[in-house]
Design a binder for this molecule. Structure first.
Ligand code: RBF
Length: 455
């Protein structure tokens, strides 16, 4: 069995899933605005053998018919949040091996400054940074907040293509990897290896020199999620670690198959160049019954009203207005299509029921450590996965349960796997010899443009 990869999903806000688990007395996530909370989580992940800590992000909020429901404030559904890249920067000193993945929006960020921020983190972390590329959840309210025009779903992916092409020029081409010599007797950097970037895209323009020099990984490891046809195309072309989600193994398997097929269409190796990572959640007990009771106790803290507002946050759709028998796949949105597609053939009533219990999180595995590890191993095999991203219900207790009880079984009782010695994130996740984008990746071609002016 291949060595699976494991990440922990987090989010710099109190509520990440559209449930009310933040109310649970064990859940320390309400202190998401304290450095102590994050240092503790990062240390648990690193010593527990987790490969990366992932920080999700969005800029917008939930609206139903242009009104933000009061329940959003009552349940901290969307706001307030903190800036994930600053949270990650604050964790660099207390971690050594842990990968740190930040969500960055191609809708509202400016590529030129965003690239500098990522390069800075990659330098200071010695190559442990990943970028989760998002066209942005809650895109409409985010666009309004930034004073931008709203952009439709597929157009947002065209924007992402343009954003990422300019980013490759800046990450890979502006400074050659060996441009900085730092030779006190000679020169600081070689002018032949520093290039001016020109970019005239449909959305973004740039004429100038890269602000930061080549970082340990060049381009941070590229994470991506998105199950719409356009999202899958983007993932198959640019993504290295692709995040999928779903309760039904066959739906996840189908997503994985499509992603690997897209990679092949783009001349990439469907296994070496692409790692498919599935969201999962679990409640661990000494017996199945005890785990089940623990889950019921967590569910007691849910709030019925939050489900509809939360689903609307992702899709703009108010499910309470539809007949329960309506098929979810017949509904249309210009926001997250993923949150329709992951439910396959289910009815609106079923999706609302599922959302009330789990929010955006997948249905948890409930049982003893052995039962959970068996279920995960089965799913990894059946859906052809490379790893999992754990979405804790209650922090840090869920992560402690997972890393101390389930992960050791999954790793053959070896927490310190060969991978845990590797420090650069791309080598650890992609199993590559070098920490840079693979030669088959579209971004790698910009590394080899040695002309003085990079177009
Ligand atoms: N928020 C999004 O805006 N887009 C997503 O695709 C997304 N996926 C998620 C997947 C999982 C498994 C979980 C637990 C949360 C997800 N979120 C997503 C919610 C996100 O963390 C955040 O709470 C919201 O974006 C509101 O700020």
């Amino acid at each position: 069995m291949k060595q699976l990869l494991f990440g922990v999903f987090e989010n710099a806000q109190s509520n990440d899933s559209g449930t009310a688990t933040w109310r649970h007395p064990d859940n320390e996530r309400i202190h998401f605005d304290s450095l102590e909370y994050w240092v503790n989580i990062a240390k648990i992940c690193e010593t527990g053998g987790i490969d990366w800590l992932f920080l999700a992000d969005a800029w917008g909020w939930s609206e139903i018919d242009d009104v933000r429901p009061a329940i959003c404030d009552v349940e901290a559904l969307d706001l307030p949040r903190l800036d994930p890249s600053i949270v990650i920067a604050a964790l660099l000193q207390s971690t050594k091996r842990l990968g740190l993945v930040i969500t960055g929006s191609t809708l509202v960020e400016a590529p030129y400054s965003f690239v500098r921020r990522m390069a800075t983190l990659d330098h200071l972390s010695k190559g442990r940074i990943g970028w989760n590329i998002v066209t942005t959840g809650t895109a409409d309210t985010a666009a309004d907040a930034f004073g931008q025009a709203r952009v439709e779903h597929d157009e947002r992916y065209k924007m992402a293509e343009d954003f990422i092409e300019l980013s490759y020029k800046l990450f890979e081409g502006a400074w050659q990897p060996d441009a900085v010599e730092r030779d006190r007797l000679g020169r600081y950097s070689d002018p032949e290896k520093v290039h001016r970037v020109f970019h005239e895209g449909p959305f973004f323009k740039c004429d100038g020199y890269g602000n930061s020099h080549y970082s340990p990984q060049g381009t941070p490891v590229l994470f991506q999620a998105g199950s719409s046809p356009r999202g899958l195309q983007f993932a198959g072309k640019h993504g290295e670690c692709i995040f999928v989600s779903g309760d039904d193994t066959s739906i996840v398997a189908e997503q994985t198959r499509k992603i690997r097929a897209e990679a092949v269409l783009n001349g990439r190796d469907p296994y070496k160049d692409i790692k498919v990572i599935c969201a999962f959640s679990c409640v661990v007990g000494d017996t199945k019954h005890q785990a089940y009771e623990k889950h019921q106790e967590i569910l007691k803290h849910q709030n019925l009203d939050v489900a509809a507002a939360s689903y609307a946050m992702f899709t703009g759709l108010d499910l309470s207005k539809y007949e329960p028998e309506t098929k979810i796949k017949d509904l249309k949105t210009e926001l997250s299509k993923t949150q329709i597609l992951r439910f396959g053939d289910a009815s609106v009533g079923e999706v609302l029921g599922n959302w009330h219990a789990n929010g955006v999180r997948p249905e948890p595995f409930i049982g003893t450590p052995e039962q959970i590890s068996d279920a995960m191993s089965y799913m990894a095999k059946a859906a052809d996965l490379d790893g999992f991203m754990f979405t804790p219900m209650s922090q840090p207790s869920s992560t402690i349960d997972f890393v101390s009880k389930v992960l050791p079984i999954m790793r053959g009782n070896q927490v310190n796997t060969p991978n845990s010695k590797i420090q650069l994130l791309r080598q650890k996740l992609m199993g590559s010899l070098l920490p840079y984008l693979a030669e088959s990746h579209p971004g790698a071609s910009y590394r080899h443009l040695k002309s003085k002016n990079l177009k």
